[in-house]
Design a protein around this ligand. Structure first.
Ligand code: ASP
Ligand code: MG
Length: 411
């Protein structure tokens, strides 16, 4: 019998009326003959509220107790959906992470799934029950304690369960009807994509597109889970297909660039006149790495005096102050004259697997941005994407310019 995982995000289960609507989507698939496992998030805003309570209780909280508190949001919605389904005449049973069990590592607060035992879910399917699974949570088998998977983690729960029970498909229902070529709030001509390659989706999610948790895309890619992003607000009787995330070989009409992403979550640091000798980059980046500060773009200028050079790099905006303090602390060891920095920058990225086989894709962007008098502060490239760092004030102009340049505008 064909199997399906259906995942519903926080806005889709925000109140009982919406949970009823979710139940109608589930009923449609049950009536079509699927064995269905549903994964739910907490009601929208709930997890933020729970996290707030934890921090208010003690900013230096014990993260096992954090997990115990924040996992409760999904416990509520899984039970409520099971009740609503039963009321509609569909046998259903809720499952918490520890009941299945979904085993994780011990990294409370951002745990990774290690193993899922599908046996109990299979027994439920044999009893013709819909399994309603609390997303975002599992259990650390070493201690038997609840562990949560990091914010947005119920996407990863859904994909992992799909892989574990060999589901034919994993449908991620959300408040948008698919994955777009760019953020439609900024680019009014953004289009919904019918298909996007796993690797492209991974880049988009890492670069700021918030539809899916990055780990869920990694998981889908590794296990080859056919994953759709679709809207829970569609009429349950007339659902739209959404966007399929799949292998790039399954995309016939491949564009060179598939999407334009942007992230304001960056800050730029420049160290002036550091010694141009072996070991300096290590002196700068080792202390940052040890403090878990993620460095992204790095540029070292060729020195004109052969004695000193300038190094520019970016860090996440949230780590900005910490990074500056670490560098000031290591000033003697690194040996720079001044530290300049700016938080008012944005990273704009173009993504597409077609870049592997096409030359000049980034060069065209540099020219288009120059024509709009937008200055580029830093550049990075990889096989299937390139990013430019520019002044935040030009975000919209730059994103729209690149969106048009690569023919992504809708007609
Ligand atoms: N409720 C959790 C969160 O808000 C998990 C999820 O919704 O995916 O992060
Ligand atoms: Mg989400």
């Amino acid at each position: 019998m064909a199997r399906l995982v259906m995942k519903f995000g926080g806005t889709s289960v925000a109140n009982i009326e919406r949970i009823r609507n979710v139940a109608r989507h589930v009923k449609r698939e049950v009536d079509a003959g699927f064995e269905v496992a549903v994964v739910v998030s907490a009601m929208s805003g709930k997890t933020n509220e729970l996290v707030g309570w934890v921090k208010e209780s003690n900013p230096l909280y014990d993260d096992r107790e954090y997990d115990s508190v924040v996992a409760s949001g999904e416990q509520v919605t899984s039970g409520l959906l099971a009740i609503v389904l039963q009321e509609m005449g569909i046998p259903a049973r809720s499952w918490q992470g520890w009941q299945i069990p979904i085993e994780t590592d011990e990294a409370h607060g951002s745990a990774r799934i290690v193993k899922i035992d599908g046996a109990r879910l299979n027994e439920g399917f044999a009893r013709k029950e819909v399994a309603v699974i609390a997303g975002f949570q599992g259990v650390d088998p070493a201690t038997g304690r609840i562990a949560t998977l990091g914010r947005g983690g119920s996407d990863t729960s859904a994909v992992a369960i799909a892989a574990a029970i060999h589901a034919d498909r994993c449908d991620i229902y959300t408040d948008v009807d698919g994955v777009y070529t760019s953020d439609p709030r900024i680019v009014h001509k953004a289009r919904r994509l019918d298909k996007v390659a796993f690797e492209e989706m991974l880049e988009m999610a890492s670069l700021g597109a918030k539809v899916l948790q990055v780990r869920s895309v990694e998981m889908a890619m590794v296990h080859g889970v056919k994953t759709f992003v679709r809207s829970s607000f569609d009429d349950p009787a007339n659902p739209q297909p959404g966007t399929l995330i799949c292998d790039e070989e399954d995309i016939v009409e491949q564009q060179v660039v598939t999407g334009i992403a942007f992230s304001k979550d960056e800050a730029q640091i420049t160290l002036r006149k550091v010694a141009d000798k072996p070991g300096v980059a290590a002196a700068i980046f080792m202390p940052l790495a040890e403090a878990n500060v993620n460095v992204d773009m790095i540029i070292q200028v060729v020195s004109d005096d052969a004695a000193t050079t300038d190094i520019t790099f970016t860090v996440p905006a949230a780590e900005f102050e910490r990074a500056r303090a670490i560098l000031e602390g290591a000033r003697d060891k690194i040996g720079f004259t001044t530290l300049q920095s700016s938080g008012d920058v944005v990273k704009i990225s173009a993504i597409g697997v077609g870049m592997r086989s096409h030359a000049g894709v980034a060069a065209a962007a540099f020219r288009a941005l120059a024509e709009k008098s937008i200055n580029i502060r830093a550049i990075t490239t990889s096989e299937i994407k390139f990013s430019v760092l520019i002044d935040a004030a030009y975000t919209e102009l730059a994103v729209r310019t690149l969106h048009s340049l690569y023919g992504l505008d809708k007609a």
